[in-house]
Design a protein around this ligand. Structure first.
Ligand SMILES: [Zn+2]
Length: 378
């Protein structure tokens, strides 16, 4: 996490509902002899949507058929899942054993069922009725609890989604919901309410995919940020951005539009117990790599547009002014936080460094103004 979520951020009621239906089914299965409606809860006199919706019922039936025959083994399976509902502990303590479904048949049946619950059942009208909520409604509550920010809390570089005027919560678009523990490897948590965080599309689909936060590529356990309250784990306080301009000779023969040799994101001041979690966040979501590319590509143009300097003294003064106060919208506007870190770094540089930089920015401003003149007068 770049930014922590507010303590009042709610968990999604639809997933609370579906997860409790799954646990109820597994508990009721311990002593049942037949697959029947008694394995499901009634809601206000109506059968559970997990029973009344035929495709969902069929996936529960497949899981039923895969369950061990001996009652004690079913009890053990239920205990394995029911006793590991607090998933936050896995993110801090690598000694805490992760739940293992010993039977491959149960694992596959569980994966098929919970994938269906996540992709289909969650959106049924009866599910929304019985859960008394919806994912769309949860997304709006999530935003509201976080100062109406639509910024992705994982990266600070992209929006989650955008609301449109004059529409109800149900009609608004919503963000992707990332499975914190991916559904392929942790199917028992595919509808666990503590396993979801709204993220931008790049964090969820492009960067993370099915990567495992709790294990490295060799299968070794590791610690990682847990995104939901009460945890407040994040790394923005330790983030620094350093830039190295190209040498003058490189610029004369090179490409002026990209005057930086390097932009570099560092977390060198992070405490030793937080650093390993930052390393996992970097590896999984690739945020520093995205930030470094963005800053390198847009360096002069962004500073010229953001500070609108008129000469070197103005540039220097604006830099100090911007660096000394975190902008109000650093947790709601894309990239704002990262550019603030750039200004902080620049404001500490000596006059020679800044004068060289100014000549590049000034060139960018003039080039842009020449382009505008051509457009107007040619
Ligand atoms: Zn993101």
């Amino acid at each position: 996490m770049l930014f922590p979520l507010h303590q009042t951020t709610p968990r999604c009621a639809v997933f609370e509902f579906l997860n409790s239906e799954l646990l109820y089914f597994l508990r009721a299965s311990i002593t049942s002899e037949n697959f029947s409606e008694t394995l499901f809860r009634a809601h206000a006199g109506a059968p559970s949507v997990c029973w009344s919706n035929r495709p969902t019922r069929e996936w529960f039936h497949q899981l039923w058929k895969s369950l061990p025959k001996v009652s004690q083994d079913r009890q053990n399976l239920f205990d394995t899942i029911n006793n590991t509902q607090d998933i936050q502990v896995f993110f801090d303590d690598t000694k805490t054993a992760l739940p293992i479904l010993e039977s491959d048949i149960v694992f596959e049946a569980m994966k098929s069922l919970t994938t269906h619950l996540f992709t289909r059942t969650k959106d049924l009208a009866d599910t929304k009725l019985q859960a008394n909520s919806s994912i769309e409604s949860h997304y709006q509550q999530f935003k509201c609890a976080n100062s109406n920010s639509e910024l992705c809390p994982l990266c600070g570089t992209a929006l989650l989604s955008q609301n449109r005027v004059h529409l109800s919560d149900e009609e608004q678009w919503r963000a992707d919901y990332d499975h914190v523990l991916c559904k392929d490897k942790y199917p028992i948590y595919s509808v666990h309410p503590g396993n979801f965080v709204p993220t931008c599309h790049i964090c969820n689909s492009k960067a993370k995919g099915a990567k495992d936060l709790l294990r490295d590529k060799d299968g070794n356990r590791r610690r990682a940020f847990y995104p939901l309250p009460p945890a407040q784990e994040c790394c923005y306080r330790y983030a620094e951005v350093f830039v190295t301009p190209k040498k003058k000779a490189e610029l004369i023969t090179g490409y002026w539009a990209e005057p930086l040799a390097e932009a570099y994101v560092s977390f060198q001041s992070a405490p030793p117990d937080v650093k390993p979690k930052i390393d996992v966040w970097e590896e999984v979501y690739k945020v520093p790599s995205r930030v470094e590319q963005h800053i390198t590509t847009h360096f002069c143009e962004h500073i010229a547009a953001d500070l609108r300097p008129t000469n070197f003294n103005d540039f220097h003064g604006q830099l100090i002014r911007f660096a000394n106060a975190m902008p109000l919208d650093y947790r709601s506007m894309e990239w704002r936080f990262w550019w603030q870190r750039v200004y902080e770094h620049l404001s500490k540089q000596d006059q020679d460094f800044l004068r060289d930089l100014w000549s590049l920015i000034d060139w960018k401003i003039r080039e842009k103004s020449d382009e505008d003149m051509d457009l107007v007068f040619s």
